[in-house]
Design a protein around this ligand. Sequence first.
Ligand SMILES: Cc1cc2nc3c(=O)[nH]c(=O)nc-3n(C[C@H](O)[C@H](O)[C@H](O)COP(=O)(O)OP(=O)(O)OC[C@H]3O[C@@H](n4cnc5c(N)ncnc54)[C@H](O)[C@@H]3O)c2cc1C
Length: 449
Amino acid sequence: MTTGNPTPTKAITGGEFLIRDVSADEIFTPEEWTEEHRMMLQTGLDFVAQRIIPNLERIEALEEGLNPKLLEEVGELGLLGSSVPEDLGGLGLDFKSTMLITESMGGGHSFAVSFSAHTGIGTLPILYYGNDAQKQKYIPGLATGQLKGCYCLTEPGSGSDANSGKTSAKLNEAGTHYVLNGQKMWITNGGFADVLIVFAKIDDDENLSAFILEKGYEGITMNPEEKKMGIKGSSTRQIFFNDVQVPVENLLYERGKGFKIAVNILNIGRIKLGGVVIGSCKDAINESVKYANTREQFGRPISKYGAIRHKLGEMAIQTYALETAVYRATQNIDDAIADLAAGGMDKGEATLKGIAAFAPECAMMKILGSEVTDYVVDEAVQVHGGMGYSAETRAEHAYRDARINRIFEGTNEINRMLTVDMILKKAMKGELDLMTPAMAVANELTGIP
Ligand SMILES: Cc1cc2nc3c(=O)[nH]c(=O)nc-3n(C[C@H](O)[C@H](O)[C@H](O)COP(=O)(O)OP(=O)(O)OC[C@H]3O[C@@H](n4cnc5c(N)ncnc54)[C@H](O)[C@@H]3O)c2cc1C
């Protein structure tokens, strides 16, 4: 957006795109990916093509042990640990590279969800909020896939209003353990996770705290797999906690700071959802182009018809716009992280702060990504005609799988409200000068004779 405001020297901050002119060379475009980046992307795409797509029906049937095995395989390629520092067993890559790896999984249907939940909400709470002992104990296993993670925030009575959860934690008399009671629902990877991040309220606290639980702790039980519209190959469980004894050293970060953890980890999840669906859209376009070139009607491939070309063109245009927006915001985040780290901040804290500064963009990319995907997969079904309605085609899978993206990581309604709310809060805190350009526009308008 151009406003006539000259480019200041300071790096751009979240929400500032509204009021600041940015020169073209400040904006990252996918043409700038290095050879190394392209190789990482290709590694992920090859894994999906060779290990996920041929096994899609087995994955969709939730074949016992298959999903965790595939996570271990992708872990052997290093792709689970891209955001984990090297001294904790990861690759220690920047945020942009992590986003690109996430994109590479986007054509993997349900597996993309298992992957994203494990590498994001299942791993990052410990990576960014754990103390040294907690990180040493869990992160190397999570980075390689030897351990699988899940994130237990939602409850039957507490979804969008996540801080209203009823799961309770009470310190035992000896002061050695918190005793957890309650239930969580819709937990991705719940069926096989070894490490569970569980949010609960200690005593009568107003705010949640977060705990690290291990699947072997006594008192953890779960319902059978949820029967879902799509992402059927992703494990989704309701989990119960009955007098589960959690060692005090497994309190994550500080008492009453669980909601802060939840919110900051969700910021990352939101922009990463924007990244993973770029892969889903490109995959749906590729499938549609292949079909349109081979399916003949009226003596010609249907790709010769303007109506089909228009669809393929629109699918590509919207995906291009999504990709451009997501990686532009991603580079802004990397720049903010680099600035904070250069100022002496610990890399983990700099990452959290850098991403939090762009929380409005994270919410926007989640909304844009999920809605563009719904458009693209819907048109993919249409290009396939009757075959798009058949479970034999990936277009049908993609259509059903896409729908969840508007619901989890905060519904799109909640993210829309948050976007405005967060930008206004930044303005009120003096982080974003909305008033000067707003007054300039007002003066211009009132100056019209
Ligand atoms: C397949 C799947 C996997 C999931 N994985 C996980 C997971 O791993 N871990 C986890 O903790 N959770 C997970 N979730 C839960 C998910 O994050 C929630 O479903 C989501 O946050 C919405 O909560 P809800 O379902 O209770 O809907 P509700 O909060 O009841 O919302 C219902 C409707 O009301 C709207 N609404 C609610 N409040 C407002 C408001 N203030 N203003 C306007 N509209 C409003 C919503 O946008 C929505 O349209 C998963 C869910 C699914 C379906």
